[in-house]
Design a protein around this ligand. Structure first.
Ligand code: UD1
Length: 420
């Protein structure tokens, strides 16, 4: 298993290009099941979750052709679809459940593996299933699989999600595109990746309109035509590099990303002391000599602070002068990085869903274990500001979502090496 060796402390300086968004590309790829004609999707990130989704689509019978160093894909439907989304693919990536909505909507039949729990929380799919049921899907759960079908086309419905869910909103929007009549979805997630998905679907002829802050109206159409679309930039990768620059008193230009999307994060970084200049598609960030603490950050649905940046900001606040508190309100078990950070010298106390971070930490390098995607990158950030060598094990978690992270970090001054 690959590991990273980091020799710290390092200062970050230079320029980095942001990859296409993994969390936008995944639902967009799943939704290609709906299309009758070939679609071309550009700016794919070259990360393992995207490979998994493409393998899942191939396993269903779609034709997948990659171009331009695997950043562009042409997907066409060769009409001989299989209906089984297997456990072996869905278990490694929960977004596999996103093929259920389009399969039912287009083919009225699907056997999709339940994704199961994961380390950061139970992560059930009840909101997905309940919403699809309201659109006319019938299902039974047998031996870990959702056996689903519908009597012909799905039928538009009014659905109010009991809680905001990114995946359930995506599955329902995709399914409603080919349903008969009007669907109104209330209490939707409005993450930028969802807007990217709806823009993609609209470009193929779907009739989707946002008619309120969290309300979306979809009028079903008979079919979607071919389209070409470029995926938005990755806001979590951007946020991660912003933290890297801030924590190392660095000077970094982050290219190919629209800063308006991460205004909440930028405001927090400014409070912490970072100097930030933005233009249409660039962020220039300079880290402060002394990092200020923040009395309270709470993870919450967009446009609030994202849970996917909680671990990275925790590392940053370990270096602040004074105590900070982070509250995790999305997932019930998303503090797994804390134990590893303590091994580097962090003083963090966990009280239910709150992490109380003492600050003023002098990190000293150690051997560490990755637990999930975002926790792993937090360990890399901590290793960058630790004195001496750190080894980070199980970096396959990182490869799920960060493209060439060690090369990008090397180019901006980090002494990091992949040991295979
Ligand atoms: C997506 C993101 C993930 C991010 C998360 C929250 C992708 C591929 N993944 O995950 O990176 O951390 O949003 O921003 O885009 N829930 C239920 N029942 C359901 C669905 C969700 O109880 O049917 C709960 C979850 O357990 C969680 C909360 O709702 O506590 C939010 O989860 P959700 O927004 O659905 O996250 P994902 O779509 O899985």
């Amino acid at each position: 298993m690959d590991k990273f060796l980091v020799n710290g402390p390092c200062r970050i300086e230079g320029q980095v290009n942001i990859q296409g968004s993994k969390n936008a590309a995944l639902p967009i790829l799943a939704s290609t099941i709906l299309f009758d004609r070939p679609v071309i999707i550009k700016n794919l990130p070259r990360v393992r979750d995207i490979d998994t989704m493409l393998n899942l689509l191939k396993s269903l019978g779609l034709k997948v052709q990659l171009f331009k160093h695997k950043r562009t894909v042409r997907i066409s439907n060769n009409k001989k679809l299989k209906f089984l989304a297997s456990y072996s693919l869905v278990k490694t990536m929960r977004a596999g459940i996103l093929v259920l909505g389009p399969m039912i909507s287009k083919y009225h039949k699907s056997i999709t593996s339940l994704p199961g729990g994961c380390l950061i929380g139970a992560r059930p799919v009840n909101f997905h299933l309940n919403a699809l049921k309201k659109l006319g899907m019938k299902y039974e759960i047998k031996k870990g699989y959702i056996h689903a079908k519908s009597k012909g086309k799905l039928k538009g419905a009014k659905i109010k999600f009991p809680k905001i869910s990114v995946g359930a909103t995506e599955n329902s929007i995709i399914a409603a595109c080919l349903a008969k009549g009007e669907t109104i979805l209330k209490n939707c997630a409005i993450e930028p990746e969802i807007k990217d998905l709806t823009n993609f679907l609209i470009s193929g002829g779907a009739k989707i309109k946002w008619i309120g802050k969290r309300t979306c109206r979809i009028i079903g159409v008979d079919s979607l035509s071919g389209t070409e679309y470029s995926v938005m930039g990755d806001r979590i990768e951007t946020g991660t590099f912003c933290v890297a620059a801030t924590i190392t008193n660095g000077d970094l230009r982050i290219k190919n990303f629209n800063p308006k999307i991460i205004q909440t994060e930028i405001n927090i970084l400014k409070k912490i002391g970072a100097k930030i200049k933005t233009s249409k598609d660039e962020i220039h960030i300079m880290g402060p000599k002394n990092i200020k603490n923040i009395s309270s950050i709470t993870t919450k649905e967009y446009p609030n602070f994202p849970t996917d940046l909680q671990a990275q900001f925790m590392v940053l606040l370990c270096k602040a002068k004074g105590r900070s508190v982070i509250t995790e309100s999305i997932f019930e078990n998303r503090f797994m990085h804390v134990g590893e950070l303590r091994r580097l010298g962090a003083k963090i106390l966990i009280k239910e869903n709150k992490a109380i971070i003492e600050g003023n930490t002098k990190f000293v390098g150690a051997e560490l274990m990755s637990s999930d995607l975002r926790a792993s990158v937090a360990l890399v950030l901590a290793a960058i500001v630790s004195s001496g060598k750190s080894i980070i094990n199980r970096i396959y978690h990182l490869d799920r979502g960060y493209e060439n992270i060690e090369k990008k970090l090397q180019q901006i001054g980090v002494k990091i090496k992949r040991l295979t």
